[in-house]
Design a protein around this ligand. Structure first.
Ligand code: ADP
Ligand code: ADP
Length: 228
């Protein structure tokens, strides 16, 4: 599903963000990526959705070899990935419904299918009754649920989340975790970078710890392992 072989990433300014990573993440796994600030977590994740290209080594995701993928194949590749950010990144002038429907309209689904699929994913994230709201009318947790709904609307095989609870209070964060676990239980692989020690230590999953651009720990049901 996700394979990295001897992957290195040096940014143009000379910062060596990822320094020789080998990793394999199988279909259906739930993986936390932890580590101190600047450890390389975001870069590791960006390499998975080809926001960044490795300086050396290859990344294979869902059978796409990102070393050789053609630019014109990238939208097709991304369609099989859902991506969620700390800062939600919703379109502010579109309703909840429209934010989620957008990704389907791009691929020219029929209106009836779009409505069925959008209402189904809004149901999964618990926001069916807020379909007509604008993002600014929602709480942070609700906005993140919309972002998650948007990320899963194309039934991706992998959901990538970079600090999805980073802007949320603890209670709201647990709700977001319920949603991510539900999505994982439906078969989607989840890769989540996080600083949330309580969540990692409570909802036990595989933990990949990164420091200095290297994997320093990879445990099946790991703990957070850092003070913060
Ligand atoms: P983390 O997500 O663990 O905080 P990052 O992957 O964001 O780590 O950053 C790893 C290192 O790469 C840091 O030293 C950071 O400053 C640097 N870095 C991140 N993005 C860029 C970039 N676009 N250009 C140059 N350096 C970067
Ligand atoms: P209701 O008839 O109770 O509004 P619907 O199933 O027709 O229930 O729609 C549920 C919600 O989905 C509505 O509140 C509406 O906000 C939203 N919705 C449905 N279709 C569209 C659309 N084409 N564009 C924007 N929002 C829509």
């Amino acid at each position: 599903m996700i394979e990295m072989k001897d992957v290195w990433k040096t940014y143009p300014n000379g910062v060596m963000a990822i320094n020789g990573i080998d990793v394999s993440i199988s279909k259906g796994e739930f993986v936390y990526v932890v580590g101190p600030s600047g450890a390389g977590k975001s870069t590791f994740i960006k390499l998975m959705y080809r926001e960044e290209k490795p300086t050396k080594g290859n990344v294979v995701v869902n059978g796409f070899s990102l070393e050789t993928i053609k630019e014109k194949k990238i939208p097709l590749f991304r369609r099989n990935l859902g991506i969620v950010f700390q800062d939600f990144r919703l379109l502010p002038t579109l309703t909840v419904y429209e934010n989620v429907a957008f990704a389907l309209e791009v691929i020219e689904e029929s209106p009836a299918n779009i409505k069925r699929i959008v209402m189904n994913v809004l149901d999964i994230v618990g926001l069916k009754n807020k379909a007509r709201f604008l993002p600014h009318e929602l709480s942070g947790g609700e906005q993140q649920r919309v972002a998650i709904a948007r990320a899963i609307v194309n039934t991706p095989s992998v959901l990538i989340a970079d600090e999805p609870t980073g802007n949320l209070d603890p209670d709201t964060s647990w709700g977001i975790m319920d949603v991510l676990e539900e999505i994982n239980n439906r078969g989607t692989t989840v890769v989540m970078a996080t600083h949330n020690k309580e969540i990692v230590n409570t909802i036990r999953k595989r933990v990949i710890a990164i420091e200095g651009g290297r994997i320093v720990r990879d445990q099946v049901r790991g703990g957070y392992g850092y003070e913060r």
